[in-house]
Design a binder for this molecule. Structure first.
Ligand code: ZN
Length: 224
């Protein structure tokens, strides 16, 4: 039985001790692809990311960025942990460091942009308040007037739990959701500065999970 809970993945931006990706993760490139159904261009995540070195900041396993595109930059340790524990449905590529002093260049760890490898789920449009809107079935762009969501309820039956531990959804964004298994790996491997929020099928307002807590699992962890 697969877990029916998804967790939103991000980096903890509250603490210091992280390098800043200048301007947020928007420095992950976006490419445009033509839609063969509605003949408009739509955005797909590109394959190029930058991060900006800042002196005196320690590099944690998850590097904060923010911005609308929820790709995280992570260390080699994270990539190794995902691989070792057989986590599925992610992709990663090396992010290019900028503003690095020449003497530091050889000692600097590599960072990788980490995101979802094409495993989409669907919002429950009716429950999200979009029952009267229409969307292109191929590129998921609005074919009626665009409206910003107040909340997004995900249709969890649309996620292919057998194929992936990493998910995202359209047409409202590129947020990254992960299965419970990824949080267990984060705990086992003692990743630093990752943030996992419960969402219980509603996109906003989730509570962060203290995945490194002394007492584990948290109450209710094994339900659903
Ligand atoms: Zn389309």
């Amino acid at each position: 039985m697969q877990s029916l809970k998804l967790y939103e993945l991000s980096s903890d931006t509250a603490g210091l001790g992280y390098p800043v990706i200048h301007g947020g993760l928007a420095f992950v490139s976006m490419d445009q692809k033509p839609c063969s159904t509605c003949h408009r261009n739509f955005d797909v995540l590109g394959e190029h990311a930058l991060w900006y070195y800042q002196e005196g900041r320690r590099i944690t396993d998850f590097v904060s960025g923010g911005g609308p595109i929820q790709f995280q930059c992570v260390t080699q340790r994270v990539i190794d942990g995902l691989t070792k524990h057989g986590i599925r449905g992610w992709k990663a590529y090396e992010a290019e460091p900028r503003d690095v002093p020449r003497l530091l260049k050889v000692r600097l760890p590599k960072l990788y942009a980490l995101g979802v490898d094409n495993h989409w789920g669907k919002p429950d449009l009716k429950a999200s308040g979009f029952g009267d809107s229409t969307f292109c079935p191929e590129c998921h762009k609005f074919t009626s007037k665009y409206r910003d969501p107040e909340r997004i309820v995900l249709d969890e039956s649309s996620f292919d739990w057998d194929k992936s531990d990493f998910f995202t959804y359209l047409p409202f964004g590129h947020g990254v959701f992960v299965s419970k298994r990824v949080i267990e790996v984060a705990r086992t491997e003692r990743w630093t500065n990752a943030m996992f929020r419960t969402h219980d099928a509603i996109y906003t307002g989730g509570r962060p999970i203290d995945y490194l807590a002394k007492d584990w699992p948290p109450p209710g962890w094994d339900e659903a």
